[in-house]
Write a protein that binds this ligand. Structure first.
Ligand code: TPP
Ligand code: DXP
Ligand code: MG
Length: 632
């Protein structure tokens, strides 16, 4: 039996000696590679926090002391040592362990939200609560990556934490990157701290060691000391964090458990707000990750554990179609630039960046800044394309509304991972954009159904220079082409069969499902028209008379029903006095647990079978209530 099998909880860690801890760390790395290779997940980030997590659980007493993991993608080791080694093979599987902390799984887990930069605000809030409750014995420890530290919320929190005297321990997990190397002044400052503070520690060592050999040692030490003084004067006399009022501990080798425990105990004993600066390496200990320069295996699918090679099927992704079309557009539109929030490759802007150096801006994990800086660029004559995952635009709603749309800025937002994304759980589903963006005056929203409509609608979007435009598409492989058989207004007609009984309004990637529903309906003698509006906001006026000619309107969207496209079409019909009944299908107003996309869609009834069943039921009710004149 290995050591990992003997760890039922953090207390078991505290009885291990250094050699056992090193052995345990090695076992955990082997376990993670084997398990995540089968399930997929955030292998690189978790390989980087093995020693850090062990040290945290030895120094602090979770769950009385609260351990918060920012973004939460690096919490696998935490799960392994808090009683979840057994069952870890169910990671990110439906009904199995979440890939992020989960309160339902363990009292050791707090932040379930996978959106970055939230942990320090939680920490500030919890520390204030503990102080009010007289629980000065409870420490709050937030582990935040250097990438997440580029998010604005983190600095709002630091400003508050530094203003108080509460025992908040901020552990900066500094591996110098998000997916790619972390950008900006903060990254530069962390690098300076790594250098000078590390240098200082070296000199302290030198003072102790060399001073014991005065004849040779002293002159060497004097030389080094002179160098240090020089360096110290060049860079900040003390770190930014200390200037803000936080005690700074570090930098500490994030893979040396003794050093980590020493630093964490210092921080714990301090009793006030303190930063521990841990230097780690993403992918540490697994050569395929360490050598995969693009993102050090930040997030992998199913891979060969020996080689790290992906075992998942190939095929053209929505992202790659976007990436290629951007390069085409960029050639004739020198005003078009790309903006990414630390996800240049995942969102498909890397090809554009290579083709047009200097025209892609990585702003860090800072979607709000991405949006308003895009408004600035548009105001100054550029056409920015802000490429983010759909769910991450949620946090920039105010910026879209009042920095972009209010000023009629020509900014294009490309939302990848729209709809159910599955593996990453509730906070990653791109299910809210179709609803929250409905209320943005002047904003135009397109939902392509295949590669060709993505290319067309992207070109149409970047041609708009007086309003925000949005193009949104799902995760994964783009479907085979879905040709139109005609057009009505701006809508593509995808199917027209039999009488005008049911009009199906298909939103974006729901086209395949809608055509399958049409097949099922026509097989039962129900006449069906399927249209794809392409641009779903504003509602295409041609839909109104078309709806008036049908006996039932059905809308299908991969977004939350409340306030979605279905609601907007229903409102347009009401406003026009068209009384055709409408049934809207979409994602329920719920947080959806992780699972494969098909499993989640089946669970929420977003399948051809379920939609058909409900439509046939509605048709039967209408026929019964209006007599057979309907649906003749
Ligand atoms: C608001 C938001 N934007 C983007 C992401 C996508 N994302 C997940 S992890 C990650 C990089 C995080 O870097 P860091 O905080 O340094 O953690 P590391 O992976 O290096 O441990 C990003 C950009 C996110 N989770 N949340
Ligand atoms: C944690 C995070 O936000 C990202 O790493 C996300 O998990 C990546 O999602 P994809 O795998 O869909 O690119
Ligand atoms: Mg990082």
């Amino acid at each position: 039996m290995g050591l990992l099998e003997t760890i039922g909880g953090p207390a078991d860690l505290r009885r291990l000696d250094r050699s056992q801890l090193d052995a345990l760390a090695a076992e955990i790395r082997t376990f993670l590679v084997r398990s995540v290779a089968r399930t997929g997940g955030h292998l690189g980030p978790n390989l980087g926090v093995v020693e850090l997590t062990l040290a945290l659980h030895r120094v602090f007493d979770s769950p009385s002391d609260v351990l918060l993991f920012d973004t939460g993608h690096q919490s696998y080791v935490h799960k392994l040592v808090t009683g979840r080694r057994e069952g870890f093979e169910t990671l990110r599987q439906k009904g199995g362990l979440s890939g992020y902390p989960s309160r339902a799984e363990s009292p050791h887990d707090v932040i379930e939200n996978s959106h970055a930069s939230t942990s320090l605000s939680y920490a500030d809030g919890m520390a204030k609560a503990f102080q009010l409750q007289g629980r000065s014995d409870r420490r709050v420890v937030a582990v935040i990556g250097d990438g997440a530290l580029t998010g604005g919320m983190a600095w709002e929190a630091i400003n508050n934490i530094a203003a108080g005297d509460r025992p908040v321990v901020i552990v900066v997990n500094d591996n110098e990157r998000s997916y790619a190397p972390t950008i900006g002044g903060l990254a530069r400052h962390l690098a300076t701290l790594r250098t000078t503070r590390g240098y200082e520690r070296f000199l302290d060592w030198g003072k102790a060691t060399l001073a014991r050999t005065p004849v040779v040692g002293q002159p060497i030490f004097e030389t080094l000391h002179g160098m240090k003084k020089g360096i110290k004067d060049i860079v900040a006399p003390q770190g930014m964090f200390e200037d803000l009022g936080l005690k700074y501990v570090g930098p500490v080798d994030g893979h040396d458990i003794d050093a980590l425990e020493h630093a964490l105990r210092q921080a714990k004993a301090f009793g006030g707000p303190v930063i521990v600066h841990a230097i780690t390496r993403k992918g540490n200990g697994y050569q395929p990750a360490e050598s995969f320069e693009a993102d050090l295996f930040h997030a992998v699918g199913v891979i060969d554990p020996e080689t790290g090679e992906p075992l998942a099927s190939s095929g053209t992704s929505w992202t790659s179609v976007f990436a290629d079309e951007m390069v085409t557009i960029g050639a004739s539109r020198p005003d078009v630039v790309g903006i990414t929030a630390a996800m240049c490759i995942p969102v498909g802007l890397d090809s554009f960046a290579r083709a047009y150096p200097g025209r892609v801006f990585d702003v860090g994990i800072a979607e709000q800044h991405a949006t308003t800086s895009a408004a600035g660029m548009a105001t100054a004559g550029m056409h920015p394309v802000v490429a983010v995952y759909a769910t991450f635009l949620n946090r920039a709603f105010d910026q879209v509304l009042l920095d972009v749309a209010l000023h009629k800025c020509g900014v294009t937002f490309v939302l990848d991972r729209a709809g159910v994304t599955g593996d990453d759980g509730a906070s990653h589903n791109g299910m809210w954009d179709l609803s929250i963006l409905q209320v943005v005056p002047g904003l135009r929203l397109a939902a392509p159904r295949d590669a060709e409509t993505l290319r067309q609608e992207l070109r149409e979007a970047v041609a708009v220079d007086d309003a925000p435009t949005v193009v949104r598409f799902p995760k994964g492989k783009v479907p085979a082409a879905i040709p139109a058989v005609g057009t009505v207004g701006g809508c593509d007609v995808l199917r027209r069969e039999g009488d005008e009984d049911v009009l199906i309004v298909s939103v974006g990637a729901m086209a395949g499902l809608c055509l399958e529903v049409a097949d099922r309906l026509t097989a039962q003698g129900v006449g069906v028209t399927v249209v794809d509006p392409r641009w779903v906001k504003p509602v295409d006026p041609a839909l109104v008379p078309l709806a008036a000619r049908h006996d039932l309107v059905v809308t299908v969207e991969d977004g939350v029903r409340r306030g979605g496209v279905g609601g907007a079409v229903a409102q347009a019909l009401r406003d026009a006095g068209v009384l055709t009944p409408l049934r809207d299908f979409g994602i329920p107003e719920q947080f959806l647990d992780h699972g494969k996309v098909a499993e989640v869609n089946a669970e929420i009834g977003l399948t051809a079978q379920e939609v058909s069943r409900q439509v046939v039921e509605a048709v039967a009710k209408l026929s019964a209530s209006y007599g057979s004149a309907t649906f003749s």
